[in-house]
Design a protein around this ligand. Structure first.
Ligand SMILES: *[C@@H]1O[C@H](CO)[C@@H](O)[C@H](O)[C@H]1NC(C)=O
Ligand SMILES: *[C@@H]1O[C@H](CO)[C@@H](O)[C@H](O)[C@H]1NC(C)=O
Ligand SMILES: *[C@@H]1O[C@H](CO)[C@@H](O)[C@H](O)[C@H]1NC(C)=O
Ligand SMILES: *[C@@H]1O[C@H](CO)[C@@H](O)[C@H](O)[C@H]1NC(C)=O
Ligand SMILES: *[C@@H]1O[C@H](CO)[C@@H](O)[C@H](O)[C@H]1NC(C)=O
Ligand SMILES: *[C@@H]1O[C@H](CO)[C@@H](O)[C@H](O)[C@H]1NC(C)=O
Length: 505
């Protein structure tokens, strides 16, 4: 009887979903093509009754959120390879997933027609899409801007009287951030400066080997407060601000994109004496301060040295990391930092991969391999106490532009204004297999298994749904059994290079 009701429900589900319109650019994978009138979606499904589950699959072979329902089998686990859920072992609560509202991303999105823009924003910020809950925003320019600038490029303006937002904020970032709030009122934003105004720096530049001059420590704290004021004037509050993007970069003389060096002790002093008290006494006292904001290669000693300043440690709520060295640095450095500072959350604030072909200048659209790197990075971070995962540029164009230093990149969504289309790459689905089903407040739970071919991670949501995400890294089918002592087992054959989300009560 229940089964009949459920089948009817499944039919409704299928009728409402819009399938991927695939296009193959010859790069070992496909994109899904969206335009002003069409975009693939996954409708919000009600999770079925106890004893049933929903199963979503995307794969290198072209499946995109292929959805089937299933019923638990009451048998005991088949073998020691089976995935056993452990609800008594709990790890970190989840803050969420998202992407960055850079100048490049927002300018690109605005090159589409209004209806195509609407579809693009919906595909990221609604439950029929990625269900993103986070947006990162640069304070002033980053390298993914068409020019370097800050909000006060007037030498000696220590009162910040000439502080003003740029056209990039007013025409591109703010309107699209407001649109994101309209689509998901629960979205949280956080911000980071790539550099102080050059006149506050030892090298009077946006790039290169340079540090904040000590006499401007307080001015630069107020510069951050002023940024919060101006964005709030547009109705946009920040959940958190960073002490600065990639502090290591400005300590390297080879650096040629926007960055400012921060020695760990100096940033500790600045947060303790300037940024912390300034934000705390302002009307933005609820805005959190996050520290580090760089690749995990230098994490442990940097955080230790910063936190040797007890006041800085008090002001810093969380430790932001970037994913660029995740395949070379063992992920257990995160466990170490979590053990040493259990009261500080860890959040990944930036990751991206790929760049355009050197000869053609065009991106390898549809590459599944790049999507796979995203999947593995997300799983690795979630397995090691990371509470959120935020992609870099929300969108770029087919040339991976713009970037004022010519350091081009790839993105989960690529826009093509000539045809008024945008392309959802495998990376988009890679993130969405997590972001769509693991809302803020979900808690990671124990999941033991003996398979090396399949990577997996499990959560319990605030609605008591169980969510398991698995990836078959092999080029052959893999048989897996998921065992939940309360419900029974699920046996599945995972196709080569496929990602799966299971959800059930
Ligand atoms: C496609 O895959 C083959 C085999 O792995 C590889 O040699 C080739 O470089 C890939 N092509 C692209 C564009 O990624
Ligand atoms: C938009 O995409 C849909 C689905 O692929 C297609 O039917 C329609 O013709 C496209 N519209 C334009 C203007 O290309
Ligand atoms: C700023 O640094 C870049 C190299 O990163 C250099 O080319 C440029 O000349 C510098 N500008 C000034 C004003 O020093
Ligand atoms: C970091 O600090 C913790 C706690 O004080 C200590 O156990 C650890 O050895 C330190 N690590 C480094 C690399 O300094
Ligand atoms: C989730 O389960 C717990 C106990 O298992 C219960 O107290 C709580 O009310 C449930 N929450 C929802 C939203 O069903
Ligand atoms: C996977 O299970 C199927 C039956 O569902 C079986 O035919 C196949 O041999 C199994 N594959 C492996 C590698 O065990």
């Amino acid at each position: 009887m229940r089964r009949c009701v459920f089948l009817l429900f499944t039919w409704i589900y299928t009728a409402l979903s819009a399938p991927c319109i695939p296009r193959d650019f010859g790069n070992n994978g496909t994109v899904c093509v969206c335009n002003a009138t069409y975009c693939d979606s996954t409708p919000v499904t009600e999770v079925p009754d106890i004893g049933f589950y929903m199963h979503y699959t995307s794969s290198k072979d072209g499946l995109r959120f292929s959805t089937i329902d299933g019923v638990f089998n009451k048998e005991l686990p088949a073998d020691s390879n089976s995935f056993q859920l452990d609800f008594d072992t709990t790890f970190q609560p989840i803050h969420g997933f998202g992407g960055a509202f850079t100048d490049a991303a927002t300018m690109n999105i605005k090159t589409l027609s209004p209806d195509a823009q609407e579809n693009l924003m919906r595909t990221y910020f609604t439950e029929e899409g990625s269900n993103y809950h986070f947006g990162r925003v640069p304070i002033g320019s980053s390298d993914f801007s068409t020019r370097p600038y800050t909000y006060d490029d007037y030498e000696g303006d220590v009162q910040l009287e000439k502080f003003s937002l740029a056209d990039e904020d007013l025409l591109y970032k703010i309107p699209l951030m407001k649109k994101a709030v309209e689509l998901n009122p629960e979205i949280k934003f956080f911000a980071a400066a790539w550099s102080a105004p050059p006149w506050m720096r030892t090298d009077n530049n946006y790039t290169g080997y340079g540090f904040l001059r000590k006499e401007y420590y307080q001015v630069y704290a107020r510069y951050h407060e002023e940024f919060l004021n101006k964005y709030e004037d547009h109705g946009l509050k920040m959940w958190a601000i960073s002490a600065g993007n990639e502090p290591f970069y400005g300590m390297l003389s080879i650096t040629y994109y926007n960055s400012m060096g921060w020695l760990p002790r100096d940033v500790g002093t600045w947060i303790a004496n300037n940024l912390g008290p300034t934000i705390c006494k302002s009307k933005h006292s609820k805005t959190l301060i996050i520290g580090y904001d760089d690749a995990t290669s230098g994490l442990v000693s940097y955080v230790n040295e910063t936190f040797s300043n007890g006041l800085a440690r008090k002001y810093i709520a969380g430790i932001a990391i970037h994913g660029y060295t995740d395949t070379s640095i063992p992920a257990n450095v995160l466990d170490g930092v979590h053990e040493d500072y259990p009261e500080k959350f860890l959040i990944l604030t930036e990751y991206s991969n790929g760049s355009p072909d050197a000869e053609t200048g065009i991106l390898a659209l549809g590459s599944w391999d790049r999507g796979e790197e995203y999947i593995l990075d997300i799983i690795q971070n979630l397995q090691n106490w990371v509470t959120g995962w935020v992609d870099w540029n929300l969108a770029l164009n087919i040339y991976g532009k713009p970037n004022w230093r010519g350091i081009l990149g790839d993105a989960a969504v690529i826009v093509n204004p000539e045809s008024d289309e945008f392309y959802k790459q495998p990376k988009y689905y890679a993130i969405a297999h997590f972001s769509k089903f693991i809302p803020p407040g979900s808690i990671r739970i124990g999941l033991t298994h003996g398979m090396t071919s399949v990577k997996a991670v499990a959560f319990k949501t605030l609605k008591n749904e169980t969510v398991v995400v698995m990836y078959n890294t092999y080029l052959t089918d893999q048989n897996v059994t998921i065992y939940d002592s309360r419900r029974g087992q699920i046996s599945l054959k995972l196709p080569p290079k496929s990602i799966h989300t299971l959800i059930y009560y």
